[in-house]
Design a protein around this ligand. Structure first.
Ligand code: PEP
Ligand code: MG
Length: 322
């Protein structure tokens, strides 16, 4: 079976009826880019930069960060490298943050909230990212956005850091793209307002599902309620993808749903054209793309979008994959 998949490594991910799909890799450390390339990724769709901050007791310096981002950008060459700014808090707490008391970490100072509360931390990372952008095709991705006011603050920091670097005579990509993660239900519902301020969005289904259903997947008492096929989740995904497609702005998905071959057809049917996943999933998902006829699945997809019954949705998904 593994050999069969190796046979499609060099093939483009194109549906039977000719729609090209982009498959990107999620990585956690710069050296993971090798695995991404070995599995035929079209680029890095999510570099979880916070792993650089979890490795050691001290914060990585600007130069250490720069080297890590540059390494990925160079390894990927002309292929896009989407680097997410640090997404700490919640399940990823570095040593220097351990003593901070938070009543409810999942609803606390996570992702971009922490960065906006600690501008020095954020601006150091932005400097490192901009400097590295001279060495490849880096794009920035912001986690945990919940209101568009945050995007305005981010742009201000980004513009100021860019002006500084320019003054210092440092080369960087002055057109660097800024994207946002859609992983808080509020951002999903109002995605049009985010798309007006951003170059692209990427759907983080891991958090979007947890916040939509109010279920912590790591809590054994409730994790049976964590369900990507909940009608509310399907409805939100459909809304985000439809809105981005209508506004002609790129939308991708980098949560685990994107790497589950059992869900590839459903996501294609909802209009998703860019997927980002663990490198080990890339060929399995490509295989699904290659065997899907978008025009043929439309009637089933329409029924799934209309269904408010999870059991029926499961039954329809079975037919879709059958
Ligand atoms: C997500 O929430 O789907 C996501 C990709 O981010 P993380 O899993 O790192 O929270
Ligand atoms: Mg997330």
């Amino acid at each position: 079976k593994k050999d069969a998949l190796q046979g499609i490594l060099k093939k483009k991910a194109v549906t039977r009826d000719g729609t090209e799909i982009e498959l990107f890799a999620n990585i956690e450390l710069p050296e993971d880019s090798e695995q991404a390339l070995a599995n035929g990724a079209n680029g890095v769709g999510l570099f979880r930069s916070e792993f650089l901050f979890l490795k050691e007791d001290d914060l990585p310096t600007e130069d250490e960060q720069f080297e890590a981002y540059k390494q990925v950008a160079q390894a990927m060459g002309k292929k896009p490298t989407i680097i997410r700014t640090i997404d700490l808090g919640k399940d990823k707490i570095p040593k220097w943050q351990e003593e901070v008391e938070t009543p409810n970490p999942a609803l606390g100072l996570t992702g971009i909230r922490l960065c906006l509360a600690e501008p020095q931390l954020f601006r150091t990372q932005l400097r490192a990212l901009l400097r590295a952008s001279a060495f490849g095709k880096i794009k920035l991705l912001i986690p945990m956005l919940s209101n568009v006011g945050e995007v305005k603050q981010i742009r201000k920091h980004l513009n100021e850091v860019a002006a500084q670097l320019k003054e210092e005579g440092v080369h960087f990509d002055q057109q660097i793209e800024l994207g946002g993660m859609i992983e808080v239900p509020a951002a999903a519902v109002t995605v049009a307002s985010f798309l007006a301020q951003l170059d692209f969005v990427s759907i983080g289904t891991n958090d979007l599902i947890q916040y939509t259903l109010a279920v912590d997947r790591n809590d054994d008492a409730v994790n049976h309620l964590y369900d990507p096929l909940h009608p509310a989740v399907i409805s939100l995904l459909g809304h985000v993808i439809d809105t981005a497609n209508r506004l002609e702005k790129p939308v991708s998905m980098c949560g685990e749903m994107a790497g589950d071959p059992a869900l590839t057809r459903l996501l294609l049917g909802l209009g998703l054209r860019r997927f980002s996943m663990l490198p080990a999933q890339l060929l399995k998902v490509k295989q699904q793309v290659l065997t899907t006829d978008l025009s043929k699945i439309q009637p089933l997809i329409a029924r799934m979008r209309d269904s408010y019954d999870t059991e029926e949705l499961r039954e329809l998904l079975g037919q879709l994959n059958g």
